[in-house]
Design a protein around this ligand. Structure first.
Ligand SMILES: Cc1cc2nc3c(=O)[nH]c(=O)nc-3n(C[C@H](O)[C@H](O)[C@H](O)COP(=O)(O)OP(=O)(O)OC[C@H]3O[C@@H](n4cnc5c(N)ncnc54)[C@H](O)[C@@H]3O)c2cc1C
Length: 380
């Protein structure tokens, strides 16, 4: 076995023996216990892509995507919570070595969670419309604004906050700041939804003239927007991998049930009309998994096709899961509604997955633009 395969096997054991028994309660509103995050830290999950010298595991993007899928097969929310902290740790390591020295011990040990905050009450898909503003002072920055729908915002100690710097009002004015969410001037709120996914820790916060030191600016205006667009391509690919994993886990659960539940004198699985639901889901999953694997490989290999493949994979994986999960749940009859089977959790999670890191219509628009660039009028 390779180090990768050993690690993935350990993550799989953790998902089966620790996450699965706890996750049933999260759909009812409980949040994951701190010891689960510490157990995730023991597996190195907050530093998957960080170099070993920086306290990480030194694996590549493809391994991160495989870990995401393994965790999401049990609980998408926990997987996203962990991976958002790891992404912030990686960002600090790459862009702000001094801050990394301060924050990494807490982040890698699972004691401090982190989030990445772009979305605001008035700016979602249209990121460049964000209104959070950072003003430079002689001794650093002062930042004010409001963020909403942010994974981990309920409990994170640190946020990477995207804000417009100075008086600029376009995408080029956007910079990224490391913000201590326990600082004076920060108030936070939860984001409660009809789809309880409390393991996501989704919430928001208001920044009311929060003072930041000069080194809090980790991506200056002019670089931050491009940087987040590149990062989001990766996120689209691992979200696609997570949707495939949720669908795969659901097919497996329903297939097992179909072999034990009897109707009209034989197992459900022996009724042809019943098992076609499974066969159709498995066939569509095979196609979307292939596309997702291509997207993950393209991101890992820095392939120029990564952007279009990531968008296509996310659209296809989300839509495939959205199409099949209700039918799979229905195939279990009333039993499918019990949280223990995970189908209700996956069904809700896929609705969140459809929005995180880019909603479907803007992604399709991206595919169109990359496929058939819009011609611009030229000056004579
Ligand atoms: C569970 C969850 C977790 C999240 N986590 C984070 C996080 O950690 N950090 C963060 O910054 N954000 C996060 N988000 C926010 C997420 O990125 C946004 O929800 C997403 O970008 C869409 O923005 P919106 O919800 O404001 O929808 P809007 O932008 O208002 O769009 C509404 C609808 O209109 C469609 N639409 C928008 N523009 C166009 C267009 N040009 N053409 C056609 N259709 C269009 C969209 O597809 C969507 O269906 C999270 C959201 C959810 C639900």
């Amino acid at each position: 076995m390779t180090a990768r395969a050993d690690h993935l096997a350990a993550v799989h054991r953790f998902a089966r023996t620790r996450l699965a028994p706890a996750a049933e309660d999260w759909v009812q509103g409980d949040a994951p216990a701190p010891d689960l995050f510490r157990a995730a830290a023991d597996l190195g999950l907050f530093g998957i892509e960080l170099p070993v010298a920086a306290g990480g595991l030194g694996f590549d993007f493809a391994h991160k995507a495989a870990v995401c899928a393994t965790l999401a097969a049990v609980d998408f929310g926990f997987a996203m919570s962990v991976i958002n902290t790891q992404n912030a740790a990686l960002r600090l390591h790459l862009s702000a070595p001094d801050l990394a020295a301060h924050y990494l011990p807490g982040l890698l040990s699972g004691q401090t969670a982190a989030c990445t905050a772009l979305t605001e009450p008035g700016a979602g898909t249209d990121v460049a419309a964000l209104q959070t503003r950072a003003t430079q002072m002689p001794d650093g920055w002062v930042i004010s604004g409001q963020k909403d729908w942010i994974i981990n915002a309920r409990h994170a100690g640190l946020s990477i906050v995207f804000a417009k710097c100075g008086t600029g009002d376009d995408a080029a004015a956007i910079g990224a700041f490391a913000v201590d969410l326990t600082a004076p001037g920060v108030t936070r709120h939860g984001a409660d939804t009809g789809f309880d996914q409390t393991s996501l820790g989704t919430g928001g916060f208001t920044l009311d003239a929060v003072k930041l030191p000069p080194e809090a600016l980790i991506l200056p205006a002019g670089t931050a927007f491009l940087s987040i667009l590149t990062e989001i391509n990766g996120a689209r690919s691992y979200v696609a991998a997570m949707c495939c994993a949720m669908l795969n886990a659901s097919i497996a659960r329903v297939a097992t049930y179909g072999q034990t539940r009897h109707s009209f004198g034989k197992p459900l699985m022996d009724h042809q009309a019943w098992r076609l639901t499974l066969a159709q889901a498995q066939t569509d999953l095979a196609a979307t998994q292939t596309l997702t694997d291509r997207a993950v490989a393209a991101i890992t290999g820095d392939d120029p096709k990564a952007q279009i493949l990531a968008a296509q994979a996310k659209v296809h994986a989300v839509q495939t899961a959205q199409r099949h999960l209700p039918a799979l749940l229905h195939a279990m009859g009333a039993e499918g509604l019990r949280p223990a089977h995970g189908l209700t959790r996956h069904l809700a999670a896929v609705q969140s997955a459809a929005l995180t890191d880019g909603a479907i219509a803007p992604l399709l628009e991206r595919v169109a633009r990359l496929s058939w660039p819009v011609s611009r009028p030229t000056k004579d």
